[in-house]
Design a protein around this ligand. Structure first.
Ligand code: T1G
Length: 696
């Protein structure tokens, strides 16, 4: 492999360029090339100062994640940075793009830092279940305030150049966009000022007030919810404050190796690469995306308004239709409310806001206004008849080549497409609520959907900054089909003896933000009720159906929105368990002759995971999902499955497919109809293979 690092001499300045596209990851070749270039420049009598910068679009965006889990090769990044910091020639890093992880650590090991105005900085190792392992936990607290260092490392959030300057993380912000020229100019300025070496490690850590670290640690551990890296980061920061630099670095190394060996690391790296892999679908090779700059939205309810907002934030023009003017005005106000929030959060600037509210966003009560849109998406009531009627009308109105999309979360896209003369232009775009916040988008491909239309869906998702997952057609697609299945398994656990509150506790201790019954109350129990009614006619009589959900709905208890569901919701935002729910369940057990028994939290999780993995294996086996990673991404980004477990199928590989299969066979004894092992699961077990073998 050619050396990705090159050096040129500009006057008295040795200019070192790193070129390892696409993100200048600090691979072995980069590390080797960089340390040699720096030591050569230090020894070069013609060079009085050294500039290091990244070729292409960014400075080093971190260690090469693809090398993790493999035998580490010297030079190691921590040693490279220590050597770089310790030389006698002043070094400058010129920063643009994203200086992340090991990249920011290289910058912190340099004596001076200059940045372009658009540069971004971060230590996102925590998002990989790791901590900054090349001195970052020891050097950052010597440059920025402790609270900021902790916030940057425990959240992985990036900061911009202006904030970095104010914090002292960078010394200067250059004008223009030529990072190489900026670096050289700044180096010459430093030379003219007689600037010398300035090792960060020689600085004292930023001051910390009495009790400040404990207060930060308490906040961090509350937010961690089972992820261990943030707590290890706090241990490393404590070392930075209490130990000499060299000892602090040793402590960092030990903590880093602990995390490297932990399952959470491989789970989160699986999530990182899967999020980039999931968008690689066959239709992108054969299909050509159509330009989508004008969108129509049918329905201004929660989903319609959220979709419109997300499209507007992505720069599209949007026309939203409602049945009458009142409803249209209400939808307009809802969308503007979302935009106000985006303005406050800095996700939208005033100029763009004014352009949107001033005309890029319109409402109507006349479908004829969709005649020229590039794509129209319906988000109307979840009924096949209503959707068929809408698509029949859109088919007559929309221009040739317009894409007709449905936001249905369950219904048969092929049946909807059959209502039009252009089924090849029909696709499912299943957004998740709130659609302007949730990143997941299921792109549902019908039998006749053309490759161009699929490619257009993925291109639109990228524009809307969504993580798009390709799904085939089945009831509930990937996510809701799997949700329905593990919900049935957990309802079964309730009838067998657990309470809904036991189930929620077990799931939240497992790492979910909310358990099944809390989520149901938040989403509204009437949604599930409508779906169960829809399925009633085709429900198999062998299914052990739990009735307590329906009983609650018949009492008008739909959860938070009615102040009562599985929990009672007080005006003071309090939430309490409801004895009436427990009585209702006990009555159903009596009626069905079920003697309740003790169900441990572990058994609840075993049932939850066995049902989820089994149904996921069916979804992959049937080709509804392209790969196991598609299921993992769907459940992590749409159903709150903990990222540090890597998704249900990564989890299954971690605990062993045998274990899952044995659990299914155990539960099968009490319900042979529900617990049918998926053929793919049995095949993988028989062949000693894993789901990751199918991810390609
Ligand atoms: N290593 C290897 N490959 C990487 C990579 C990395 N650090 N970063 C990105 N890629 C690949 C990615 O898989 C994709 O590949 C392509 O580059 C483009 O990425 C010791 C331990 C930089 C903001 O966590 O956040 O340093 O799919 O699609 O949207 O302390 O990539 O094309 O084959 O995401 O423009 C810390 C991770 C590492 C940053 C660019 N660094 N990267 O976003 O492009 S740990 C990170 C990102 C570390 C040290 C430790 C983003 C980006 P492919 P992309 P993008």
């Amino acid at each position: 492999m050619s050396n990705p690092v090159s050096t040129t001499l500009e006057g008295r300045v040795a200019v070192i360029e790193i070129n390892n596209p696409p993100v200048n990851a600090a691979s072995h070749a980069v590390r080797e090339g960089l340390i040699n270039a720096v030591l050569d420049a230090d020894a070069n009598e013609d060079a009085d100062i050294i500039v290091v910068y990244g070729g292409g679009s960014t400075f080093i965006a971190g260690a090469d994640i693809k090398e993790f889990g493999k035998p580490p090769q010297a030079p190691h990044l921590p040693n490279l940075i220590d050597e770089m910091e310790g030389i006698s020639t002043p070094t400058v890093v010129a920063l643009h793009g994203t200086a992340l992880g090991g990249g920011l650590e290289v910058a912190l090991g340099s004596h001076y830092r200059i940045a372009l105005p658009t540069a971004k900085f971060g230590l996102p190792e925590v998002n990989l279940g790791l901590l900054p392992g090349a001195g970052g936990t020891q050097r950052l607290p010597r440059v920025v305030p402790i609270a900021k260092a902790a916030q940057m490392m425990t959240t992985g959030a990036m900061i911009g150049a202006q904030e970095a300057l104010e914090l002292g993380l960078v010394d200067e912000i250059a004008e223009g966009s030529d990072v190489r020229a900026a670096g050289i100019a700044y180096a010459n300025k430093l030379l003219s000022e007689g600037a010398g070496v300035r090792p960060t490690s020689a600085r004292a850590p930023s001051p910390v007030a009495e009790g400040e670290l404990d207060a930060i640690r308490a906040k961090v551990s509350k937010a961690a919810r089972g992820l261990i890296a943030p707590l290890k980061i706090m241990d490393a920061i404590e070392a930075a404050i209490t130990l000499p630099f060299a000892d602090g670095v040793m402590r960092e190394r030990a903590l880093f190796m602990e995390l490297m060996a932990d399952d959470q690391r491989s789970a989160m790296i699986h999530a990182f690469f899967s999020e980039r892999q999931v968008g690689k679908v066959p239709e992108l090779k054969s299909g050509t995306p159509r330009d989508i700059s004008v969108m129509g939205v049918v329905g201004g309810g929660t989903m319609g308004a959220g979709i419109a907002t997300s499209a507007l934030l992505a720069g599209l023009e949007v026309t939203l239709a409602e049945r009458d003017t009142d409803a249209a005005d209400k939808a307009f106000a809802t969308v503007v409310g979302h935009l106000d929030g985006a303005l406050k959060r800095g996700k939208l600037n005033q100029k763009k806001y004014d352009a949107i509210v001033g005309g890029k966003f319109r409402t109507t009560t006349d479908y004829a206004d969709f005649a020229d849109v590039d794509l129209v998406i319906e988000a109307v009531f979840e009924s096949m008849d209503v959707k068929k009627d809408v698509f029949g009308q859109l088919d007559k109105i929309c221009k040739p080549g317009a894409i007709l999309a449905s936001n249905t979360s369950y219904l048969d896209i092929d049946e909807i497409a059959a209502m039009t003369k252009r089924p090849e232009d029909v696709i499912g775009l299943h957004f998740f609520s709130p659609a302007h916040m949730m990143r997941l988008l299921e792109i549902v491909v019908g039998d006749k959907t053309s490759d161009d239309v699929v490619a257009s869906g993925f291109a639109l998702a990228k524009k809307m900054r969504k993580i798009a997952v390709r799904s085939g057609v089945c009831d509930g697609f990937i996510g809701n089909r799997i949700l329905n299945t593990y919900a049935k398994a957990l309802n079964g656990a309730v009838l067998a003896g657990a309470s809904p509150y036991d189930v929620d506790r077990a799931m939240e201790n497992f790492g979910l933000a909310m358990g099944l019954f809390r989520v149901a109350d938040l989403a509204g129990l009437d949604i599930g009720w409508a779906n169960r009614k829809r399925m009633a006619a085709t429900r198999d009589p062998r299914e052990q159906y739990s009735e307590f959900h329906d009983k609650l709905c018949e009492l008008g208890r739909f959860g938070r929105k009615t102040g009562r569901g599985f929990y009672i919701y007080g005006a003071d935002r309090s939430e309490t368990k409801d004895q009436e729910v427990l009585d209702m369940i006990a009555a159903e057990r009596d009626a069905k002759g079920i003697a309740p028994r003790e169900i441990s939290d572990q058994e609840i999780i075993d049932r939850y995971m066995a049902a989820m993995v089994n149904e996921s294996a069916k979804v992959v086996g049937e080709g509804v999902a392209l790969r196991p990673l598609d299921v993992d991404i769907t459940l992590m980004n749409g159903y709150g499955f903990p990222r540090w477990r890597g998704g249900p199928l990564h989890y299954a590989d971690t605990v062993g497919i045998e274990k899952i299969l044995n659990d299914i066979k155990t539960f099968q004894k009490e319900d042979d109809f529900f617990w049918q092992p998926a053929p793919l699961l049995e095949k993988l077990a028989a062949e000693g293979k894993t789901f990751s073998d199918l991810n390609g």
